[in-house]
Design a protein around this ligand. Structure first.
Ligand SMILES: CC(C)(COP(=O)(O)OP(=O)(O)OC[C@H]1O[C@@H](n2cnc3c(N)ncnc32)[C@H](O)[C@@H]1OP(=O)(O)O)[C@@H](O)C(=O)NCCC(=O)NCCS
Length: 163
C-alpha cells in the first residue's frame, strides 16, 4: 500500500548492476509467491538478450522490470514494485521504459504470462495495450493458478498512453 509522500520527479531508471541485487531480492520476496533466486537475478546482469530496468526513487531501489528479446518479441519475465511504493504510477512508468527500450532494440511485439487472479498487473498491462490471448490451466506450480497470456502487437509504432 502507498504510504507517505512520493516525489516522482526523483524517479530514475538504471540498468541492472551488482549493487541492485540485494534490494531487488527483498522486493522480489515481498512480491512473488515463487520468487527468483539470487543467481537468477545475477544472470540477468550480463544477459546479452535481456533488458533489465531498475527503478530508483530518491536513489532508493523501489522496483524492477525484466524482459528477454526473443527474435522480435519482448518477453516480459518479471516485474515488481516494492509494496510500500505501489499505486503511485511507478509500475506504469517502469513498463513504459522497458517497452521503449525493447522497441529501440527492434522488437515488434511483447508477451507475458500473469496469474489469472492478479487484477492489478492485468489492469496495468491492459492500460499499456496488452490484450488477453489465452489461458493456461494450472500453469503456476506453487498454487496451480491459471496463467493469462497477454500480447501487445505493433510495438514498432507503439506510443505510451498519456499519464
Ligand atoms: C503490478 C505492479 C507491478 C503494479 O505496480 P504499481 O506501481 O502499483 O502500478 P501503478 O501505480 O503504475 O498502476 C498502474 C495501473 O495498474 C493498475 N493497478 C495497479 N495496482 C492496482 C490495484 N491494486 N488494483 C487495481 N488496479 C491496479 C491500475 O490500472 C493502475 O492505473 P491507475 O492508477 O490509473 O488506476 C505491483 O502491483 C506489483 O509489484 N505487484 C506484485 C508483483 C506482480 O504482480 N508483478 C506482475 C507479475 S506478471
Amino acid at each position: 500500500m502507498a504510504t507517505g509522500y512520493i516525489d516522482l520527479k526523483t524517479l530514475r531508471f538504471e540498468k541492472l548492476s551488482e549493487a541492485h541485487i540485494k534490494p531487488i531480492l527483498e522486493i522480489e520476496r515481498a512480491s512473488n509467491g515463487a520468487p527468483w533466486s539470487e543467481r537468477s537475478f545475477r544472470n540477468e546482469i550480463e544477459h546479452r538478450d535481456g533488458a533489465f530496468v531498475v527503478a530508483l526513487l530518491s536513489g532508493q531501489v523501489v522496483g524492477f522490470g525484466a524482459a528477454w528479446m526473443v527474435i522480435d518479441e519482448a518477453h516480459i519475465t518479471n516485474v515488481a514494485v516494492a509494496p510500500e511504493h505501489r499505486r503511485h504510477g511507478i509500475g506504469r512508468r517502469m513498463m513504459i521504459h522497458l517497452l521503449q527500450a525493447s522497441k529501440q532494440r527492434g522488437m515488434t511485439c511483447s508477451t507475458l504470462e500473469v496469474r489469472a487472479g492478479n487484477e492489478a498487473a492485468i489492469r496495468l498491462y491492459e492500460q499499456l495495450g496488452y490484450e488477453v490471448a489465452a489461458r493456461r490451466k494450472g500453469y503456476y506450480p506453487d498454487n496451480k493458478e491459471d496463467a493469462v497470456v497477454m500480447w501487445l502487437y505493433g510495438l514498432e509504432t507503439w506510443e505510451p498512453p498519456k499519464p
